[in-house]
Structure formats: structure tokens, C-alpha cells
Design a protein around this ligand. Sequence first.
Ligand SMILES: [Ca+2]
Ligand SMILES: [Ca+2]
Ligand SMILES: [Ca+2]
Ligand SMILES: [Ca+2]
Length: 510
Amino acid sequence: MFSLLYSGLNLTNFEILFTKHSTGDEEYSSAYGMGLCGGDFNQDGYSDIVIGIIPEDLFILDTSGVIDTVIDTVLYPGVIQIFFGGPLLDTLPDIMIPNPFLPDSELAARSDFSRVLMSGDFTGDSYVDLVAELTDGSFCLFKGKSGGIDTFPYLIFRGGIGFGRAFSKADVNGDGYLDIIAGEYYYGGNKGRVCIFYGGPFIDTFPDIILKLPSDANWGNFGWSTSGFPDINNDGCEEVLVGAPNYPDGGRGAIFLYYGGNPMDTIPDLIIWGESQGIFGDFAYRLRYMKDFNGGGMPDIITVDPGWYGEDTTASGKVYVYFGENFENFDSIPDMSFVARDSGYFIGIAVLESKNASSPYSMFVIGDPGGWSDYPSFVYLYTGGINYDTLPDGEVTGYYVPWVSDSVGAGLSFYPSSAGDVDGDGVDELLIQGFWDTDSETVWLLKYTGPLPYVFENKEKEKASANGMKIGIYDIQGRKLKSIKLPSGTYFILQKKQNKLFKRKILKIK
Ligand SMILES: [Ca+2]
Ligand SMILES: [Ca+2]
Ligand SMILES: [Ca+2]
Ligand SMILES: [Ca+2]
């Protein structure tokens, strides 16, 4: 039975481009590929694969399970492997970044090096840098250089517990340099806060902006998740999203949106509330934005609540999507929400973007690591575009996860990640990992092979003239419903839903 289970993944509309098993010493690490990301480190136009392998040590526990003695032996000190993408992609690492702590030191063993990874040019020299968790409470920045990256940290950012696990990026002050947004969700007795570090040639480790939990709450784990967000108020500064699963005081959970600025103010500009799930809910546990999922022309927000309880009190995991063009009428009602599977525990999110002009819409991936009982791990992919729906367009099923008392969730797809466009076809690839078993810790690079998002074509756009345009309205099969001629001007497309009007799109006709 095991040979079958270990023979591979069950794939629907995915193709495997790369399979990397843990080998040698690193098999002692319990989490091969917990940290994953992509980024073009050798400037060849293909995104490269980054795999983090966190350190592993031996602990001796006393009878109550408390760590009694730490054995000095470090089983594996942790490393980051980078594989160059493109036609020559292979499974031999092109760059290895070792744990900055001495390999045989207790610091190395106790660090969480490479558990969370993020790429981007934060130093403003056009080379892609890498940000990596160093310990639970710090992260470091490795500086990109011509053809690769320095393997010794350029900067180390330090904070309290939880700092270095929820970082993201955006140019919040509009100076053209990507800034680092770092959640510190245990700060101040679970209040939480978010530190923003301005990028550029003079980047340093002192926060330039600090966002705090609103003062009406005593705790809330503000900064458990963070995300950059594109500039939606057109002031040249990108926006910031902060998730607080326990705001206020263990309550519904919320997502806060702050408009960027130079400097930005620290008052939230929009609050998206979670459902009332009391202490069980984990609304905004993870948080991402999509450039445009539904074809509305605006960026959208996606989040998950892995602790969501249905009426039968089964934890199911729920996905919520908020469309950017509806923010004006915002009422915390998601534009799309669904329970992906009964008794699931959907926790991971990845967003895949497409530069394919005929299918430019975002796709998202949610992952259920399984391991919770005797059901397998799942990954589901959803394509965007105007005909989006809540039925998966791609699916990966992982192996049966043998129950191990301390390995809850230690399965496939805990932290799925976009790899960027590794094969150069204009569409991002997906990285997933399975790390429940020392014999089979594996990272896969998957390419979505199903139909890409459908694009609505205005078949009459050629008839534009100097003083107006003929607009055709078609149904989803492309059948013409109506044709109207509009003079020059700015128009909104409004959609009526639940007796409310939603602004779907702005049309400018010249
Ligand atoms: Ca590359
Ligand atoms: Ca900036
Ligand atoms: Ca803005
Ligand atoms: Ca691709």
C-alpha cells in the first residue's frame, strides 16, 4: 500500500516540472521546503526556485514533555538552496546559503532559519535580494549581486517573538524602492504591531513606520499576517494590509487596509471584519492580494480562516475574497467565500499571476495539509476572469498522512508559494512541499496546464472614433445581447446585487 501512496501525487490539470527530494544530511531536517519562494537571482529573465530547509536539533524531554536538555549535536544546521530556472533547470542547487550561525552551535540548532522567505529588490540596486526568517524574533536580508546573491547576511532585523514570520513587501512611501512590512504579532502581550522598513540604498534595521493595534482592543495578534497592496487611491504610494485574527480581544478577527504615503499615517483607512466565530475563528490567518482575480480591473484581497467552524462544529477552513472595485460600498461581506471541503483545514494560500495578454487574470491556490486524521492533503487552484467560480480548476492530492501525535498539519501544501515564471511562458508556477516523513520530504514545482482565465473581448472596440465608441454587450458564450453607442466621457458599469449597486468598472471613452 505504501508503495502506491509514495509513488507520486495525483494531479489534475498540473504537470510536474521539478521534483527535489531531501537527500544526505538535510533529511534530518523535519521541514524540507517549509520556506519556499521564487525570484530571478541570476538576471536571466527566468524566475529561480528557492527552497528553505530549517535546522533540526535533538531535544531530551522530561516526562511532562518540557525540554529538559538540549543535546549539543546539531542534526542539521539549515540551508537555503536556489535552483536557476529556465530551460536548464535541474535539481542541483546553483546557490547554497548556509545558516549564518555557526553550524555546530546551539544558536544554529535553535534558529528557524529559512522558515519564511521573500524575494525582492529592497536595496535599490536592481538585483533581487532575499529576506529569510533567522530565528523566531529576527530575519535577515541577503543582498543580490550580478549573477547571484551574497551568502552572508547584509542586514539582520531583530524584534520580539513572532517577528520575522509575517513579512511582505510594497513601496509604501512611493520613492520607487520596495519596502519591508514585518508583523510582530505577539508584541505587547498579544497586541501585536507591524514595523515598516523603507528600502533603498540606505535601508537600515530601524523601523520607519510602526502600525499598532487600534486602541479599542487589549489584544488581537495584529500583524499575524501582512501583505502589500497595489496603489488603489492613485497617490503613487502602495498600500498595506494587516491581519489581526484575534481582534478585538479574541473576537471576530479583521483585516486593516492602510493607504501608503510619504510618510503614511497610521490610521486604518478600511476595516474588513471576519465572521463571528468567537475564539475558534482565525480570520486573516494568511493574507495575500491578487492583481485582478475577477476581471474587475482592480486588485483583490484573499484570506483564509483555517479554524472556521460550520454549523456541525467541524473545522472546515473557509476562503474569503474581496474585490477591489467593491471597496467603496464596503460592508465586510465577501464577494466570494466558500468552504473548500468538509472537514478540511485549508491554511496555505499562493497567488499565481499571468503576464499572458490573452489571459491576464490572477489565479489562487489554497492548500490543506491534511495530517489531521486519515485524509490526504489537498491543493486546489482557482482561475480568475469574469467567469470565475468556486469550483477548483486544478487539483493535487497528496499522500495519506499517517497519524503522528505531534505532526498535526505536517503534510502537503502547508505553505504553497508562487515560484514566479520559471519556464518563461508568462504564467507563474506553483511550489508545494510535503514534509511529514523523513523518507519523502519533497518539493515539487508544478505548472498549471488547464485552461487559463477566460477573457471577455470587446469585439467592437475597433469601431472607436474620435467622438465616441460602439459598445457590444455579450454573454459568457460570446453571444451578442445588445449594442449601444456612447459619446466621449467617463462611465461606470454598475451591477445590482442584493438591492445594492456595485461599481464594477470604470470606462473611459475618448
Ligand atoms: Ca533566473
Ligand atoms: Ca519605498
Ligand atoms: Ca496609495
Ligand atoms: Ca511559467
